[in-house]
Design a protein around this ligand. Structure first.
Ligand SMILES: CC(C)(COP(=O)(O)OP(=O)(O)OC[C@H]1O[C@@H](n2cnc3c(N)ncnc32)[C@H](O)[C@@H]1OP(=O)(O)O)[C@@H](O)C(=O)NCCC(=O)NCCS
Length: 173
């Protein structure tokens, strides 16, 4: 039987499992950093994918993003992680698809950063339609870069006539 997956808002009850994923995963191990889940829960920007199997519900992965057009008409993927034992079963792809559907409501694009040493994540994003759009050398670590990845979610200007679309207007004189 296939385990049932569900994506729901992250709560403080999920934090421990998400911290466990971060503590054994790149890029956080190499960077020596954690993720401030508490802040993103409060901002309502954090979600978990839970898996129900043999009567138990566990956290399989998480995603944190901002769905507002914060840069170049795009939302921003801040962090994504899947428990090592559950990787390569489509859970990361499911989390990305969920995020993209939320961001596409108000943005034409999605952007993210991925570390130059995090090759498996680069393959993951490429497979799912993201293109490398630039590099920020030494941003987080000397000798390493953060690559900017970009995916267009909606046709150019397709949101212009919608109520939620905003862009910078020239001031009236
Ligand atoms: C990146 C990550 C979220 C992917 O999650 P996942 O659940 O394994 O992803 P999926 O199963 O949906 O993978 C979809 C496709 O991406 C590609 N892919 C995923 N992981 C890959 C890897 N390690 N190497 C090469 N390709 C990979 C494959 O094409 C895969 O399809 P396939 O398994 O049918 O070949 C997961 O590996 C992870 O948590 N990594 C550590 C944290 C991290 O790097 N986060 C990103 C920071 S920017």
């Amino acid at each position: 039987m296939k385990p049932a997956l569900r994506i729901i808002p992250m709560t403080s009850a999920h934090r421990r499992a998400c911290n466990d994923i971060v503590s054994v995963s790149e890029p956080w191990k190499t960077l020596g950093e954690g993720v401030d889940f508490k802040t993103y829960i409060a901002l309502k920007q954090a979600y978990v994918c839970t898996v129900s199997y043999a009567g138990k519900r566990e956290v399989a992965g998480f995603v944190i993003f901002t769905a507002d057009p914060v840069f170049a008409r795009g939302g921003y993927l801040r962090a994504i992680g899947v428990a090592p034992a559950m990787r390569r079963h489509g859970i990361g792809g499911k989390l990305l698809a969920f995020m993209e559907s939320m961001i596409a409501r108000r943005c034409e694009n999605i952007f993210l950063c991925v570390s130059s040493f995090n090759r498996s994540a680069q393959s993951f994003y490429s497979k799912l339609g993201y293109k490398r759009a630039g590099a920020l050398p030494g941003l987080l670590m000397p000798g390493r870069s953060e690559y900017i990845y970009w995916k267009r979610l909606r046709p150019l200007n397709s949101l212009k006539n919608e109520k939620n679309f905003f862009t910078t207007k020239a001031p009236r004189h």
